[in-house]
Each structure stands twice: as structure tokens, then as C-alpha cells.
Design a protein around this ligand. Structure first.
Ligand code: ADP
Length: 631
């Protein structure tokens, strides 16, 4: 093939339109492929004056005119992108390169040029431009050389930098110093390894010196040497998280302060109560004349009420702060229920209320609960059902078999019921819903505490009530497997000592509070065979214990020269004293403290105010064991 037809073939099939135009703007030649590219045949173009000028897109008309002026200044080459109107009415992007030939006189002779169809490339660019212009889109292109190449308008607006500023410096300069290590490592990683998307939370530096948290997601395209990325502004979320974290810390701090306060309050209130109740009980035993005995009984009643109140408030506060210690174990629900019914029976009889336990109870099903706490709840519900019943009314107790995977107890009374709008207030501490005016005794703490306890044990408590017909209180607890039975229970009978076996025992009481010492002294008047030694300091107590080897040591925890717990350890470490049982007597009734001292080797733990019958029981048991061991 000779050269001419080859060139013509290449031009006709290629993407480049070749043209020639006279100085006055008339096209004198155009290659035939114009038809494929713009839809006009060469005949429709050649010889038409101002053909291009009439078809250039209005947005580019000015620069088209400017181009003609460029030639007037003697330029020979111009390169530009223009949109031209196609025959079908749409526009195509053409990249045009025009060469001008001048006459000897300097006037323009003709224009020679070619134009390439750029429509596809331009439209991709335009789409990109659209995306990058979105006010909220945070997108960027960066080079593996550490510089941004392009940054969206939204990115610039968010951080306050212009694109020039962002492109002019390494992008590391726009990142929080603490995040640089992480960012550097991940970029290093993607530059070396397989090209994966990396997600990272980093702080981007704003022009005003503040930082915004961005959740960035980027992917490197290694053969382009570029990283394409987008980000989401998560500053608000981070701030909320930080505020929540701070609030949680503050709440925990406040909780700790509250627990400490409670523990101190418990101690401070119980110590004087100890004297009131202790001496009151001793007076009661002293064979007073009836008038005085009555007064003492009033004092004791008031004191016990106060003690109950303190205990309940402490419990509610502990539940609220999540500090309640429960010992959850499998318990036969029916047994706990029977025990509670037995205990309430006298109150019911006194008030003329019938207690009716419906039979068909699931006999030996276990629930997971704290035995004491569960009994406390049952007693509260049963005593309320008696207290708030109608005269001669009935309390019905049901325990239906298996509700889902739990067991339920229902206590129904025939009292006045509770109006629906008051139901929620039932569980508010100190709320008595007007019962205070009726003369029925109470504190308004029982239900608040019971509900809290049930929930802490993983169960629930709720009520249904029909005004003027009565109420039903429900509790439900999760079912539990039966525990292993460990053969015979311990035989306790032998350990109960008779008084005569105590005849030659010595007891050491280490306590710095005179009122408490006197109380125990007086109490032991009721055990004539016992010799009481006392020490008001820990070190003295230790000496006496070593010299006299008493049969039992009563130990207060708050001593002037050493903590009682430390003294306990000394006693245990010394071969002379390690066999002596120690009973701790303390106003600190927090379960954690009790556990701690029992674990440290205390034989028993009595809380102040001392319950005298419990005191004698514990002392007698410890001494009897000792007596047997000696004998
Ligand atoms: P308390 O009995 O010491 O007042 P509770 O917390 O046990 O405290 O009960 C709170 C209040 O709820 C009671 O004062 C009483 O007004 C009401 N209430 C409790 N149980 C019943 C019941 N079975 N029927 C009617 N009202 C009740």
C-alpha cells in the first residue's frame, strides 16, 4: 500500500479529526471521521463560514474567541479543550491543537489542526469533580510520597484549610502527633504489602489548632503510587464517648464516697446503739419492777426499730451502688416459704387473719437465691398482707409449679388494695401511701428493699391489685439444679454446752471503748463461772493473751495502737496463742468485712449493737468446743 491511502485510512478510522481553515474562519478541509465523532458529513462542514464558532459550547465561547486573539499576537500553536455541539444536539469534548500559518506580511494565512474526542475522559473527570465538590464528602487522593494530591471541598471546609495549603505540605503535618505512629505504620504496611482497605480513627488538625476525629478508610493503588481515601467525621461521637467515660468515672468515684460514708455511718450509729440495746437487755434480765420493765421494753423496742431502719437503709444504699453481697445457692423454695409462714403465723393469729397455703406446691424444686434475703422478702410480703388486710381477712399463698424456667410465689390478701396510680410509689423508699395515718406500724422501706433484693438475685417482684378487693404480690426466681447432697449434716447436739461445763474459763476482751467493756462485764455477770480479763490496747491485749492463754478472746477492730485485724494475725502466728478462738465484735457490718475476718481466722463475728442472746450463744459454743477439746 502506498503512503497516501494508508494515511487516509488511519485518519478515517482514528479518533483524531484533522482540519484546515482559512483566515476568515471557513473550513477548507476536514477529515471524513468527523462524521463518526460529531455526526456531520465533511460536506456539511466545508465552506461554511464560522462553523466552529457557531457550535462551541456557550461556556467555552469566550476562550474560543480569546484563542483567535492569541493568533493575532503572533503565536503559532494553541492547545485547548472545548465542547462542540454534535449534530444530534448533545455536546462532545474535543481536545484541539491548532497550528497557524502566517503570510509573509504577518497576516494569518490558514489554521491547521486536529481535535481528539475526549468525551469519555472528561465525563469521568466531571463526575469526580462533582463528588469532590460535595459539601459533606470527605474524600482525598494522596501520593505514597506523603502529599495530598486532591482534597474534597468538604474536607477543606471541615478543617478550615484551602486545597493549596493541604497540598503544599506533607499530610503528616495535618495529623495529631499522637496518631502519627499508627498512621505511619499502616501506610508503611500498605506500601509494602497487598493492597487492602485500611480503616483507622485519627485526629486531623484544623487550621484553628483544634482537632477533629476522623474515621478514615483508604486503599492504596500501588501501580499509580496513590492512596484513595474517604473519611467520616466522628468528633461528636468521640466527645459523647469521652463525656460518658468521664461521667462513669465520676459516678464510680461518688459511689465509692457513698460506700465509705455508709460504712462510717453504720459504725457511728451502731456504737451508741450498742450501749442502748446492750444495757437495755441487761436491765431487762435484772428482774426490775413491772413499771421499770415496761420502760426498758419501750427503750429496747425503739432501739431495735432504729437498728432495723439503719440496716434497711444500708441495704437499699448497697443495692443502689451495686455493692450488695449475696450468697446465691440452690434453695428449696417451698422450705423457705414454710419457714416464713411459720414466723408470720403469730402476727396473723394476733390480728385475726387466716394464713392459707394452697397445697400442690412443687415439693423439692430449687431456685437460686440468697437464703436470708429470700426469707426477708417473703416475710415482708407476708407481713404486709397481714398488716394491710381487712379485719378477719385471709392471706392466700400460692406456689405454682414451673413458670417458664422459674418458680413463682403469689401472696394474695383481702385488704383495701392499691389504686393503679399509686402502684409505682409502692417501691419508693419511705413511701407509705398514707398508711402512716392509719396507725399500722412500718417504715415504708420494706417493698423498696424487697424489689431491689429480688432483682439483685436475678428475680423479680411485682403486684396486681384490685381496689377494695385486695392485692397479689408476685415474686419469681430462676430455677436451679439441686446441689450435691453431702451425706449427713453435722451433728450439732454435742456442741451445746451446759453452764456447768463453763465453770473454769477465762475470757479476754480487747476493746478501747469503756461503755462496751462495761456492757460485756455486766453481761458476764450472768455467767458466774467466767473470769473476764480486759485490755484497752492491742499490744497489751497481745501480752495478756500470751501470758494467760485465755479460753476465748473477744476482739474489737478499732483499737488505738493497731488494727484488730493485725492483732488477729499476731495471735495466729504465735504458737502460744494460735489455738485460742477469737470472736470479733465490730460495728462494721459490711459483709465484705465479715468475710475478710472470718477468712483471716476469726472463729465468729458479732456485730454491734450486740444481740445478747446471740452473744451468749456464740460464747457458749466457742467455750464448749474448747472444753471438749481440752477434756
Ligand atoms: P411499710 O409496710 O413498712 O410501710 P412497705 O415498703 O412494705 O413499707 O410498703 C409500703 C406501703 O405500701 C405501705 O405503707 C402500704 O401503704 C402499702 N402496702 C404494702 N403492702 C400492701 C398490701 N398488701 N396491701 C395494701 N397496701 C400495701
Amino acid at each position: 500500500m502506498d503512503q497516501q491511502p494508508l494515511l487516509e485510512y488511519l485518519i478515517a478510522t482514528g479518533p483524531t479529526v484533522i482540519f484546515r481553515q482559512t483566515a476568515d474562519g471557513v473550513v477548507s478541509y476536514v477529515s471524513p471521521n468527523i462524521e463518526r465523532i460529531l455526526g456531520y458529513s465533511p460536506e456539511e462542514v466545508v465552506g461554511v463560514p464560522g462553523f466552529w464558532a457557531a457550535r462551541v459550547h456557550p461556556d467555552e465561547r469566550d476562550s474560543f474567541v480569546a484563542e483567535e486573539q492569541t493568533f493575532a499576537r503572533g503565536e503559532t500553536e494553541v492547545e485547548r479543550d472545548y465542547r462542540f455541539l454534535r449534530k444530534d444536539g448533545t455536546y462532545s469534548w474535543l481536545h484541539a491543537r491548532t497550528h497557524v500559518e502566517y503570510k509573509d506580511s504577518g497576516a494569518v494565512d490558514a489554521f491547521l489542526g486536529y481535535a481528539i474526542d475526549m468525551t469519555d475522559r472528561r465525563s469521568v473527570e466531571q463526575q469526580n469533580a462533582q463528588l469532590f465538590a460535595f459539601p459533606l464528602a470527605l474524600i482525598f487522593v494522596a501520593g505514597l510520597d506523603g502529599h495530598f494530591k486532591r482534597v474534597s471541598a468538604g474536607y477543606q471546609r471541615l478543617l478550615g484549610w484551602t486545597e493549596e495549603e493541604l497540598l503544599s505540605r506533607p499530610f503528616f503535618e495535618f495529623v495529631h502527633p499522637d496518631d502519627l505512629g499508627m498512621l505511619g505504620a499502616s501506610i508503611q504496611g500498605v506500601a509494602e504489602g497487598p493492597t487492602e482497605v485500611v480503616n483507622q480513627e485519627i485526629r486531623a488538625r484544623c487550621k484553628d489548632g483544634t482537632y477533629r476525629w476522623l474515621m478514615g478508610s483508604y486503599r492504596p493503588v500501588l501501580d499509580e503510587g496513590l492512596i484513595y481515601g474517604m473519611a467520616v467525621d466522628i468528633t461528636e461521637r468521640k466527645r459523647t464517648e469521652e463525656a460518658l467515660h468521664a461521667a462513669r468515672e465520676e459516678a464510680e468515684r461518688a459511689n465509692r464516697a457513698k460506700s465509705e460514708f455508709l460504712s462510717r455511718m453504720s459504725h457511728e450509729l451502731r456504737t451508741p446503739l450498742n450501749a442502748i440495746l446492750g444495757f437495755g437487755q441487761l436491765l431487762e434480765m435484772d428482774g426490775l419492777e413491772p413499771r421499770h420493765r415496761d420502760s426498758v421494753q419501750q427503750i429496747l423496742k425503739g432501739g431495735r426499730h432504729l437498728l432495723d431502719l439503719i440496716n434497711e437503709i444500708l441495704d437499699i444504699a448497697r443495692i443502689e451502688s451495686g455493692k450488695i453481697t449475696l450468697s446465691l445457692e440452690p434453695i428449696v423454695l417451698a422450705d423457705a416459704l414454710w419457714e416464713a409462714i411459720d414466723l408470720i403465723q403469730p402476727l396473723a393469729a394476733e390480728q385475726g387473719i387466716e394464713l392459707k397455703a394452697e397445697d400442690s406446691w412443687p415439693p423439692a424444686r430449687h431456685v437460686k437465691a440468697d437464703r436470708q434475703r429470700l426469707k426477708q422478702v417473703l416475710l415482708n410480703l407476708l407481713s404486709n398482707a397481714v398488716k394491710y388486710n381487712r379485719p378477719g381477712g385471709r392471706v392466700t399463698i400460692r406456689c405454682p409449679d414451673l413458670i417458664g424456667d422459674g418458680l413463682r410465689v403469689e401472696v394474695t390478701d383481702q385488704g383495701a388494695g392499691i389504686p393503679p396510680e399509686m402502684i409505682d410509689r409502692l417501691f419508693v423508699p419511705f413511701e407509705r401511701l398514707g398508711a402512716e395515718a392509719t396507725g399500722v406500724e412500718g417504715t415504708g422501706l420494706g417493698l423498696a428493699l424487697s424489689k431491689g433484693l429480688m432483682e439483685a438475685m436475678g428475680g423479680s417482684l411485682w403486684v396486681k391489685s384490685v381496689p377494695s378487693h385486695g392485692s397479689t404480690f408476685f415474686i419469681e426466681l430462676p430455677l436451679s439444679e439441686a446441689p450435691w447432697t453431702t451425706g449427713e449434716e453435722r451433728e450439732d447436739g454435742e456442741r451445746v454446752a451446759t453452764q456447768s461445763s463453763l465453770s473454769s474459763h477465762t475470757l479476754l476482751y480487747i476493746e478501747d471503748n469503756l461503755a462496751n467493756l462495761k456492757l460485756i462485764e455486766r453481761a458476764l455477770d450472768h455467767r458466774p463461772g467466767l473470769i473476764l480479763l480486759t485490755a484497752m490496747q492491742g499490744s497489751l491485749g497481745l501480752d495478756i493473751a500470751r501470758q494467760h492463754r485465755p479460753d476465748l478472746i473477744l476482739l474489737d477492730l478499732h483499737l488505738p495502737d493497731m488494727p484488730g485485724e493485725q492483732l488477729l494475725r499476731h495471735l495466729h502466728a504465735d504458737p502460744k496463742t494460735q489455738g485460742i478462738p477469737v470472736i470479733v465484735i465490730s460495728a462494721d457490718a459490711t459483709p465484705g468485712q465479715v468475710q475478710k475476718l472470718l477468712a483471716a481466722g476469726a472463729r465468729g463475728y458479732l456485730t454491734k449493737p450486740i444481740d445478747m442472746s446471740r452473744f451468749f450463744q456464740v460464747v457458749d459454743e466457742a467455750l464448749a468446743e474448747r472444753g471438749l477439746a481440752r477434756g
